[in-house]
Every structure is written in structure tokens, then in C-alpha cells.
Write a protein that binds this ligand. Structure first.
Ligand SMILES: [Mg+2]
Length: 376
């Protein structure tokens, strides 16, 4: 008879959930009308069940539903079955030893272990992470790359619903980008924070020119102005402008983070459990940012309720994530027609809170999982 906390089974479930047509997102990565995920259900000998979620978008990280399923079933599950979910450092190391890359698949398994650890000990994940340092986690609404008129309308609506910060997608064409940002600023007035995210869509000269021309619009930060790869390009943009630079696509691994700091390429890291392989690596990157004089915030791949809860626990319990200054993107559930958890009201318009209750504090909506499950 194994110890009751021993992991005995890992089930991976692919789902696809439609994005709400009225706020469908166009970015420099393209347009997205549905989101694919691989959900993970990890069971212990004692009958506890933990939940995890991988966002799978090959444009982002090269992982899709099929590769994430293969990675979890063939490589991660055999490493993790037989270990206690309380041994999260050990689980992370075992997964890293077994296979390179696949951060979103690894994060899903790790997230489920945090959920289990909290359930076994009867405390929320935020408590396991050291306890909450904030209750309300500010979030920003993402204005899609659309016409200036439509962008202004979406921005006004979002502010009317409670958002105090807007992130405008740019990087598709300089004149249109500038007109879109100007229209949003004119629509919402001077007190709302505005950030832009180019998703790497600008060249270095275009980024410098565009950001300089956006100076009257008082940007709080510019996210990923140029493509990831050589951090010297991002550093060149940063030296030429006065607006803080946030690295998103540029920072997946610890090595990425070290190179960005060495090059002086960023002011803020956009962190999320998926991109870094779990909550623990995301916490380590937040600490690395802090000791190097950078800030951190929480970014997003439009997660559903399971991963959004993980992000909320991370943001609630990590001082280096400066959500008041740089609001987070814990907004995925607002963009989808449905969720896979029974209650996602911890994500509101303008802020999120870490769910109460043991573990991640969310429960699977079995009917929704049946509806959105796909064959891969
Ligand atoms: Mg981004």
C-alpha cells in the first residue's frame, strides 16, 4: 500500500474553447478565434485530485495539443508517478532531466502538484508560496489590433466595466499602430494607464520611431517591441527611448533572463507559470528580476480558470510582481465563451483575486470538459 500522498495517475485531456466573437484578438502573431488547452488531472493513492492546464499555441512556444499530450504521457507522467506532490522541487528537476523544453506541458503537471499539495495540507497555494502580499491584483484589458474607431469603442467599454489599464496591441503597421493608440488615449482620457504590446512585430528602427511618436500618449510600458532572439536589439530600443520595456516573448528560460539583464535589455519581465515550466520557476525568475533591479508582472496566453487561478496565487504571493504599477494579464476567462472550472469569478473586470479554499481553489466543470473535449 503506497503512502496516500503518492501520485498514482496522470490523465491529460485536450480541449478547445471558443473565444467570444465580440472581443476576438488580433495581434502581430495573427488572429485567434478559439484556444486549445491540455488539461491535466493528477490523482494520489489517497484519492486527492489536482488540476493543471497547459495553453498550447504553436506560434508561441512550439507546443500543440498533440505534442503536449505526447510529452505528458510519454515523458512527464512516468517521472512523476510514484512521487509525492509535496516534493515540488524534486518533480521539477525530474521533468527537466527527462526532456528539454515543453514548458507549458511541464507547467500543467507542476500546477496540478501545487493544487494537490494545497489540498493535502488544507491550505491555498498562495499560503504554500509564502502567503499573500496583496488581495487585489490589478489587471488590464487587451485592445485588439483593429481600426482606431473600434479600438476606441472597446477601450471605452472596458473602462466603463472597471478596467483602469488598457494594453493596446500594435506591431502590425506603424501608422495604424500610432493612430490606434492615439484614438484609445483620446477615448479614455489622461488618468487611465495605457501599455502597448507589439509581440515582436516591429524592427528596431520602427520600434524607436513608433514609441517616440507615442510619447504624448503617456505609455506606462512597451511590451516586446522587437522579435525575441538577440537581446542587444531590445537593448538598442531601450537605450533610445524613455518608456520602460517589458520582455515577454524574450524571456522563457533562466538563461534568457540572464542574457536580458547582461544586455540591459528590459525593465520588466512578463512572467507566467506556463512559459517558464511552472510556478516555482516563475517565482525564481521574479526573484532574479528583483535582485537585478527589474520589476515583474504576470502575462498571459489567455488561460482558462485553472491556470488563471495559478497565476492569481503567484501574483498574490510574490512581492516582486508589481501588479499595482504594472497590472497583470489575468484575464483569459473573460475572453472565452465558457470555462472548464465551475466558478471563475475570481477574475473580474479590472482585477483578480487568488481563490479561497485549498490548493488552487477551483473545481472542474465536468460537463464543460465533455463539451469541449477534442480528439487529437
Ligand atoms: Mg505579450
Amino acid at each position: 500500500m503506497p503512502d496516500p500522498s503518492t501520485i498514482v495517475a496522470i490523465e491529460a485531456i485536450p480541449v478547445v474553447v471558443p473565444i467570444r466573437a465580440d472581443i476576438r484578438l488580433t495581434t502581430a502573431h495573427g488572429t485567434r478565434d478559439a484556444s486549445a488547452y491540455v488539461l491535466v488531472r493528477v490523482t494520489t493513492a489517497g484519492g486527492h485530485v489536482g488540476l493543471g492546464e497547459a495553453t498550447v499555441d504553436p506560434l508561441w512556444n512550439g507546443e500543440d495539443s498533440a505534442t503536449a499530450l505526447q510529452c505528458i504521457r510519454a515523458y512527464l507522467a512516468p517521472e512523476v508517478i510514484g512521487i509525492s506532490p509535496l516534493a515540488i522541487e524534486q518533480i521539477g528537476r525530474a521533468m527537466e532531466r527527462r526532456t528539454k523544453a515543453h514548458p507549458f506541458a511541464k507547467a500543467a503537471v507542476e500546477m496540478a502538484c501545487w493544487d494537490l499539495a494545497g489540498r493535502i495540507l488544507g491550505v491555498p497555494v498562495s499560503t504554500l508560496l509564502g502567503g499573500k502580499v496583496r488581495e487585489r491584483i490589478a489587471t488590464k484589458f487587451v485592445v485588439t489590433a483593429t481600426t482606431p474607431e473600434r479600438a476606441a469603442e472597446l477601450a471605452r467599454q472596458a473602462v466603463g466595466q472597471g478596467f483602469q489599464t488598457l494594453k493596446v496591441k500594435v506591431g502590425l503597421g506603424m501608422e495604424e499602430d500610432i493612430a490606434r493608440v492615439r484614438a484609445v488615449r483620446d477615448a479614455v482620457g489622461p488618468t487611465i494607464k495605457i501599455t502597448v504590446d507589439a509581440n515582436g512585430g516591429w524592427s528596431v528602427p520602427a520600434a524607436i520611431a513608433a514609441i517616440r511618436r507615442m510619447e504624448p500618449d503617456q505609455l506606462t510600458l512597451v511590451e516586446q517591441p522587437v522579435a525575441p532572439g538577440d537581446p542587444r536589439r531590445l537593448a538598442e530600443v531601450r537605450r533610445a527611448i524613455g518608456t520602460p520595456i517589458m520582455a515577454d516573448e524574450s524571456v522563457f528560460t533562466f538563461a534568457d533572463a540572464a542574457l536580458l539583464v547582461q544586455a540591459g535589455a528590459a525593465d520588466i519581465f512578463s512572467l507566467y507559470p506556463g512559459k517558464h515550466g511552472g510556478l516555482l520557476p516563475a517565482r525564481k525568475l521574479a526573484a532574479f528580476a528583483e535582485v537585478n533591479g527589474l520589476s515583474a508582472s504576470v502575462g498571459s496566453n489567455l488561460e482558462l480558470g485553472i491556470a488563471s487561478a495559478a497565476m492569481a496565487h503567484l501574483a498574490a504571493a510574490t512581492p516582486a510582481i508589481d501588479a499595482d504599477r504594472y497590472p497583470t494579464d489575468i484575464i483569459g476567462p473573460l475572453y472565452h465563451e465558457h470555462d472548464v472550472v465551475t466558478d471563475n469569478r475570481f477574475v473580474q473586470r479590472g482585477h483578480a483575486v487568488a481563490p479561497e479554499g485549498p490548493g488552487l481553489g477551483v473545481a472542474l466543470d465536468e460537463a464543460a470538459v465533455r463539451e469541449y473535449r477534442v480528439q487529437v
